[in-house]
Each structure stands twice: as C-alpha cells, then as structure tokens.
Write a protein that binds this ligand. Structure first.
Ligand SMILES: C[S@@+](CC[C@H](N)C(=O)[O-])C[C@H]1O[C@@H](n2cnc3c(N)ncnc32)[C@H](O)[C@@H]1O
Length: 311
C-alpha cells in the first residue's frame, strides 16, 4: 500500500491510496448528483412547452428511433428519458395493444405531464414515472427493447445506463439511442451564442467537438460509441447519421423554439434586463443565415445507434 504524508498546519496526517480513491469516488458521486439535479431542474422548466414549437421534428426523429430499434407488435419497451413522450407514443403505436411501454424521466415535470397525456389518450399499456436511467430498477429480462431518445449523452454516466439496460433486456434484446451530430452548418451556432454573450459569465453553446455537441465525450465518434457499447456487453453496434431539414418561419418562431427546449436552461440565466438585447442580437445573427431565397433553412443531423444484447 502506498503511503504519503500531507501536512495541515502543524498536524501531520497520513493519507493512504485507499483513502484518496475513496475521496475521489465521493467527489465523482457528488458531481454526478449535482449534474442530475441540474438536468431535472432544467427539464422541469420546459416540461410544459417541450417539443411544442418544433413538434414535427421531434415526432419524426422519435419514429425513426423506434424503426432503428426494430420494435415489433407485442414487445415490452423501456423508454429512458421519456420527456414529453415523443418516443414513448411512437413505441406504443409500434407495440400495439399486446405490447407494453414504460417511460422514465429524471424530471418530475416531464414524467407527470407525460403520465397525464397517457391518461388523456386512454392508453392502459403505457406508463411514465420519475426514475433514473442509470438505475431503472427492473428485474432482469423485463424488456425486448430499451430506447434512449436524445438523452444518453446528457446523463453523467452513460456506461451505467448501458450496464443497466443489459441487465433488464432479454438475451438478444435491442438497445437504440439518438444523439445530435455535428452542426451541418457551423454558422448556425451563431444566433444562440449571440444571446449567451449576455450572460454574466458568457459561454458559447457551440462545442468545438464534432460529436454530441457538448455532451459526453464517449459520443464524439462512431468508433468511441462502438467501444462504449462493446464494453457494456452489446454487439452488432451500428451508427447511422440522418439529416432533417426544416424551414423556420420567423425569428420569433426560432426564439420560441429555443425557450421550449433544453437550451432554455442557459437562456434563463441571462439577467432579465439584458434579455431584450440578447434576443435582438440573436435574431440579427439569425437573419444573416437566410439563404438566397430569403428562407431560414435549418439542417439537423441526428445519429442513431442500435445494438443487440449479447446473450
Ligand atoms: C432532450 S430530452 C429528450 C426527451 C425525449 N426522449 C424526446 O426524444 O423528445 C432529454 C430527457 O432526458 C431526461 N434525462 C436525462 N438524464 C436522465 C437520466 N439519467 N434518467 C432519466 N431521464 C434522464 C431529461 O430529464 C429530459 O427529459
């Protein structure tokens, strides 16, 4: 065992490697808990409006995720980070009345609003509740498919999610996730960055990394994604990138879409007296992105990764 001496004032103390490991483990746990509290609080803020401005984008990408997972009628499906249910309801359609879909979300606002939507739709084989994808708490072999729409790169420990998914999937069960790819046109980071320049501590939203735009580095490349999945007991790992194009009607629509998404978490931090100037700067930067026909054509790249649980 390695032993070093640290001096605090005149009191010599002895710190073993074991104690240091224990301390850094505790620090990691605190950082992860703080990150999860930040996620839950941030998504609570947007629970009422999430996906309402660019609903067509969320619905189309959720439907693609369900297709990539190969969800079949009668399957039992777990949807991690279910948000307002874009993936959950697409999966419910795919499994039909003989299947079952359970949704989990860290954000109580998201989980409760989605549970209310399920009740309104009269779906008896679909549930949504508050829960942590890193510790979903189901017995082994509970699901044929586990889905994670736009969430795995957000959570502090994606490997913990994949280990948990491996446990609760049946042998041969499928995992599928979606993540943002690199910006199709890097100039599209400018409007949000122009607004975030009005923060007390300005920090651009754009990431120099090419992967999940500011998310966990394990999602930076197809190779790093495959490494992560293989190390958690998955095979047949396949990542494909798809681009969706949407025409934004106006600057006002773009601004509302930012406030109805996870980006609101940072926008809320702009002091209220600076928000009109922040909005004006963002919309001016957006205006410069009009194409020769004067349209605001925004391209979003999504990466879909699917994998199979090794028996
Ligand atoms: C960008 S939203 C995506 C919502 C939905 N899947 C969709 O595609 O519309 C990410 C969601 O994941 C949730 N989330 C992040 N980390 C989580 C975790 N460890 N456990 C459960 N939910 C989590 C957030 O609270 C948020 O609602």
């Amino acid at each position: 065992m390695s032993v070093t001496r640290e001096h605090h004032g005149t009191m010599p103390t002895t710190t073993t490697q074991e104690q240091r490991d224990h301390r850094s483990q505790r620090e990691r746990e605190h950082a992860a808990a703080a990150r999860k509290a930040f996620i839950a609080e941030g998504f609570d803020l947007v629970a009422d409006t999430y996906g309402t401005v660019d609903g067509a984008f969320f619905e189309a990408s959720a439907a693609r995720l369900v297709e990539h997972a190969g969800v079949r009628p009668g399957d039992r499906v777990l949807d991690l980070g279910c948000g307002r249910g874009a993936v959950l309801f697409a999966a419910a359609t795919a499994v039909g009345p003989d299947g079952y879909v359970a949704g989990l979300d860290l954000s109580p606002g998201m989980a409760h609003a989605t549970a209310a939507d399920i009740a309104r739709r009269g779906l008896r084989n679909v549930t949504a509740r508050v829960g942590d994808a890193e510790d979903p708490g189901f017995p082994s072999g509970s699901f044929e498919a586990v889905l994670a729409g736009l969430m795995l790169f957000i959570t502090p420990d994606p490997a913990a999610v994949l280990h948990a998914a491996h446990h609760i999937l049946v042998p041969g069960g499928r995992f599928a996730m979606s993540a943002f790819g690199a910006l199709a046109d890097p100039r599209w980071s400018r409007p949000l960055d122009a607004a975030l320049a009005f923060l007390d501590e300005p920090a651009p939203a754009s990431s120099p990394r090419q992967g999940a735009r500011g998310g966990h580095p394990a999602f930076d490349s197809d190779a790093s994604i495959a490494d992560l999945f293989h190390s958690c007991g998955f095979a047949e790992v396949r990542t494909v990138e798809e681009t969706s194009v949407r025409v934004i009607e106006s600057g006002e629509e773009w601004w509302r879409s930012q406030w109805s998404s996870g980006r609101r978490i940072r926008l809320e931090r702009i002091p209220t007296d600076r928000r009109p100037a922040a909005k004006a700067a963002a919309l001016a930067a957006l205006d410069e992105l009009r194409d020769p026909e004067g349209l605001l054509r925004s391209e979003t790249r999504l990466r879909f990764t699917s994998a199979v649980r090794v028996p």
